[in-house]
Every structure is written in C-alpha cells, then in structure tokens.
Design a protein around this ligand. Structure first.
Ligand code: AP5
Length: 216
C-alpha cells in the first residue's frame, strides 16, 4: 500500500506515521527527516535545503522528487509523510507510480485548528545530535535540555521559531492545501480530525485507513 498523510505543520503526521509504521511494518518516508539527515551530513543537498528549511520555505520540487523517487516502490508499502507538498510533486508521484502500475491507495487529511498547531509546535524540542523528538507538554526529556537517548543537547528546531512557523503556515495554505483539492478531485480522501491524545488520533486513523472511506 501507498498511503499519503496530508496536513499542516504540527498536525501529527510524523507522530502517527511512526506509530503506523510500527504497527503495520510499512516503511515511513518523511521528506522532512530525509532532508534533516542530509543537512546533518553536510551533503550538497543538505546545504541547499537548509536555507529553505530554516525559514519555513519549501525545498525546490526537482530536489525533492529526485530524493524520494527511488523509495516509492518499497515492497513493504510506504507511508508518505510531508510528500507530496505541491501540485507538481503530486503529479510527479502519480506519474512515477503509473509507470510501475501502482496506485496511491489512500489519502488521509489530518485536520487540526491553528491554535492547537501553534501550541504543539511551540512545545516541540529535538535532540541536536540524534534528532529524537520530545514535546515539553506530552513527553519531555527526563532531565531538562538533555536527550534521554544520547545525552545530547535538546533544542528548538530553527523552523519551530515563531517567524518560521508563521511562514510555514502561509506556505501550507498557498502551496500544499491545493494538493488536498487535487486529491479530492481524483480520489477518496479520508478526513480525520487529528485532535485529542496521540492514542485517540491513532485509533481514528487506523479506522479511516482500514475502511478506505471518508471518515470524521
Ligand atoms: P517537515 O519535517 O515535514 O515539517 P512539517 O510538515 O511542517 O511537519 P512537522 O514535523 O512540523 O509536523 P507533523 O505534522 O509531522 O507533526 P509531528 O508529529 O511532528 O518538513 C520540514 C521542512 O522540510 C519543510 O518546512 C520544508 O522546508 C522541507 N520539506 C519537507 N518536505 C518537503 C517537500 N515535500 N517539499 C519541499 N520541502 C519539503 O508533531 C508536532 C508536535 O506536536 C510534536 O511535538 C508532537 O509531539 C506533538 N503532537 C503530535 N500529535 C499530538 C496530539 N495528538 N496532541 C498533542 N500534541 C501532539
């Protein structure tokens, strides 16, 4: 299966994709995580991506498409988190899947209101070394500012700072919300109100994915 998780920054795509991958054995493909790993390794793509990411802008479509293309036919199935994020990316995904006679099986839209998104992003911190995410309200590190896993420094992501968050929301409305319209024209999109605890959201998602039908 190929499942696309769509939703604004902070909707919980990464949190839920990790859980779904664990429970289904599917591969979690997060373009955000892939780019952060390129940045950490100091590759050419990482150096290019960093300036877009820090300000909350999108990395150019051509770089993203080249980065993800080789993974979409993973036989374990893929959970796409953060891709596609533009109409160009959505069309390129359809074209690449057409060529190997595979469909996008399910698109899930995770909806959360703006106040809750801001609350979630402003309480997120990550380990600078091993990138383990924490949330200061839900699951803070045992010792403030220190990673439980590797004792690295726990910091705020540059793109979780207020100006970048504002820009990410604007970019989402301008460039990514139309991807939802694109899928609604072509496919059955499951609508999930991604509020409540992560466990509650996980239950709604698995129900929506299992039924293959729109869900609220
Ligand atoms: P990316 O990392 O994909 O950022 P994003 O989509 O903005 O996603 P987030 O990680 O902020 O949110 P999420 O929905 O995954 O929520 P999460 O589970 O983390 O991309 C970063 C950047 O890379 C982009 O800005 C862009 O520059 C570039 N990029 C990536 N993909 C690209 C593409 N395809 N094209 C071009 N550029 C691309 O949760 C957020 C917080 O909320 C966490 O602290 C979590 O613990 C908490 N939380 C989760 N669920 C709940 C809940 N139910 N209740 C309370 N808190 C919760």
């Amino acid at each position: 299966m190929r499942i696309v998780l769509l939703g604004p920054p902070g909707a919980g795509k990464g949190t839920q994709a990790r859980r779904l991958a664990e429970s289904t054995g599917m591969t979690h493909l997060s373009t955000g995580d892939m780019l952060r790993s390129e940045v950490a390794s100091g590759t050419e793509l990482g150096l290019l991506a960093k300036k877009f990411m820090d300000s909350g802008d999108l990395v150019p479509d051509s770089n993203i498409i080249a980065m993800i293309q080789q993974h979409i036919d993973d036989p374990a199935g893929v959970l796409l988190d953060g891709f596609p994020r533009t109409i160009v990316q959505a069309k390129s995904l359809d074209k690449a899947l057409d060529q190997i006679s595979l469909p996008v099986d399910q698109v899930v839209h995770m909806a959360v209101d703006i106040d809750e998104l801001i609350r979630r992003l402003s309480s997120r911190v990550v380990c600078k070394e091993c990138h383990t995410p924490y949330n200061l309200e839900l699951d803070p590190p045992l010792e403030s500012g220190i990673c439980d896993q590797c004792a690295g420094d726990v910091i705020v992501r540059d793109d979780d700072k207020p100006d970048a968050v504002k820009n990410r929301m604007k970019v989402y409305e301008e460039l990514t919300a139309p991807v939802l319209d694109y899928y609604q024209l072509h496919r059955n999109v499951a609508e999930v109100m991604a509020t409540g605890t992560p466990d509650a959201v996980f239950a709604k998602l698995t129900k929506a994915i299992g039924s293959g039908a729109p869900f609220n």
